[in-house]
Design a protein around this ligand. Structure first.
Ligand SMILES: Cc1cc2nc3c(=O)[nH]c(=O)nc-3n(C[C@H](O)[C@H](O)[C@H](O)COP(=O)(O)O)c2cc1C
Length: 351
C-alpha cells in the first residue's frame, strides 16, 4: 500500500473514534436556528394524519425531508455502517450520503465498503469527494467510481478550515471552482456542493451558482467541528489553530444566505431535532441533514437506535407542522416566523 493510501485509511479510522463517545461539538457557537421563532398557531384546523412531509431535492422526491449526510467508507467497519444506515434511510424514505470516496480511488479493493445497493436498492444515494480530489482525478474516473457504487448524485465537499487543521491536509485551493464547473456540466448526475461544518455562506454560494451549481448543503457551524476533530487527533500539536474550533457561518445564517442566492438548500450542521428541521425549512431549505447524531446512535444501539433517532426527529417535525398550522412543507417554508437576535443582526448587516 502507498503512503498516501495508508494515511487516508488511518485518517478514516481515527475520524470514527470520537463519535463512539459523544462526538466533537462546537464549543461556544450554536446553529442560530434557535433565533428562528415560528409563530405558534393555537387553531391549526389540521389532523395529524393529513400532514404531508414529502419534498424534492436534486431532481428526486423524498418521503420526508431528511438526509443522513456523508460520513464514512474505506474500512470493513465503515462498510457495515454504510450498508446498515443506508437501509435505515431507505425504510424511512430519506437520502443517504457515503463518506469521501478518496480511499477507494487510492485502493480499488476498498470499493466494497461503499457498496450499499444490496442493502438499500432504492435509497437516494450520494457519492462524496473533496473538491481537491475532483480536481486531480478527472471526470472519467469519478464517473466510473460513482457507477460502481450506483450513486444518484455526487456531493463535493469544500473544507478549507479542516484541511488547514490537518498536518497532511491540502494547502492549495486553486482551481477547485473549475473542477466543480466541469463536473456540473459533464458528470451526468446532480452535483451537490457541501461544507463539512464551517458552512457555505453568501460568497461561496454566489460563486457556486455562477459555476452552474443548483444544489448545496449548508453544513454550517453549530454541530460537529471538523477543526476540533483534527485538533483532537493531534493532541498538543497545531494549537495555533485552536481559535478556529468554532470558525465559520452558523447554520441558520448560511441557509438564509444560500436561499437568498437562489440555490436549493439542504440545511445541516448541528441539526438535532424536528424543531431544528422546521426552523431550517421556514428559512427556505428543502430538507435537512444530520451526521454525528445518527452515527452516535448507531454506535450505542446499532441500526435500530439510528432509526429511532431519525423517527424521533420526524415526530418533532410533524408536531412543529401541526403547531404552525402547516399541512405540507410548502406551507412551512412560507410560515409566519420572526428572526431575532444575532441572526437578524447578521442578515441586516450583510454587505
Ligand atoms: C464521522 C464523520 C465523518 C465525516 N466524513 C465526511 C466525509 O467524508 N465527507 C463529507 O463531505 N463530510 C463528512 N462529514 C461531515 C458531515 O457530512 C456533516 O457535514 C458535518 O458533520 C456536520 O453535521 P453534524 O453537525 O450533523 O455532524 C463527516 C461527519 C462525521 C460525523
Amino acid at each position: 500500500m502507498g503512503q498516501d493510501a495508508e494515511r487516508t485509511e488511518r485518517r478514516k479510522r481515527d475520524h470514527l473514534e470520537p463519535f463512539r463517545r459523544g462526538g466533537v461539538p462546537a464549543r461556544a457557537a450554536t446553529t442560530w436556528l434557535e433565533h428562528v421563532w415560528l409563530e405558534h398557531c393555537a387553531l391549526p384546523e389540521l389532523a395529524a394524519d393529513e400532514l404531508d412531509l414529502s419534498t424534492e431535492f436534486a431532481g428526486r422526491s423524498f418521503r420526508a425531508p431528511l438526509f443522513v449526510t456523508g460520513m464514512t467508507g474505506g474500512t470493513p467497519e465503515a462498510g457495515r455502517i454504510n450498508a446498515e444506515l443506508a437501509a435505515v434511510a431507505e425504510r424511512l424514505g430519506l437520502g443517504f450520503g457515503l463518506g469521501s470516496m478518496r480511499a477507494m480511488f487510492e485502493r480499488p479493493e476498498l470499493l466494497a465498503s461503499y457498496q450499499v445497493r444490496a442493502a438499500a436498492p432504492r435509497v437516494f444515494l450520494a457519492g462524496n469527494l473533496g473538491a481537491a480530489q475532483l480536481r486531480t482525478l478527472g471526470l472519467a474516473r469519478v464517473r466510473e467510481g460513482l457507477a460502481a457504487v450506483g450513486a444518484d448524485a455526487l456531493c463535493v465537499h469544500l473544507n478549507p478550515a479542516q484541511e488547514l487543521a490537518q498536518p497532511e491536509g491540502e494547502r492549495d485551493f486553486r482551481g477547485l471552482g473549475a473542477a466543480i464547473a466541469e463536473a456540473v456540466a459533464g458528470l451526468g448526475l446532480p452535483v451537490i456542493v457541501k461544507e463539512t461544518g464551517a458552512g457555505l455562506g453568501r460568497r461561496a454560494g454566489r460563486a457556486l451558482r455562477e459555476l452552474g451549481v443548483r444544489w448545496v448543503d449548508a453544513a454550517g457551524v453549530g454541530g460537529t467541528s471538523w477543526v476540533g476533530v483534527e485538533l483532537a487527533r493531534q493532541g498538543a500539536v497545531a494549537r495555533g489553530l485552536d481559535c478556529f474550533w468554532d470558525w465559520g457561518v452558523p447554520t441558520a445564517a448560511a441557509v438564509a444566505e444560500l436561499v437568498d442566492e437562489g440555490l436549493e438548500v439542504q440545511a445541516s450542521g448541528g441539526v438535532r431535532t424536528g424543531l431544528d428541521v422546521a426552523r431550517a425549512l421556514a428559512l427556505g431549505a428543502r430538507l435537512a441533514g444530520l451526521a454525528a447524531p445518527v452515527l452516535g446512535a448507531y454506535f450505542q444501539g446499532g441500526p435500530a437506535a439510528a432509526e429511532r433517532l431519525l423517527d424521533g426527529v420526524l415526530e418533532g417535525l410533524r408536531a412543529a407542522m401541526l403547531l404552525t398550522g402547516c399541512r405540507d412543507l410548502g406551507a412551512l417554508r412560507a410560515a409566519p416566523r420572526r428572526l431575532v437576535g444575532p441572526l437578524r443582526a447578521w442578515l441586516e448587516d450583510a454587505r
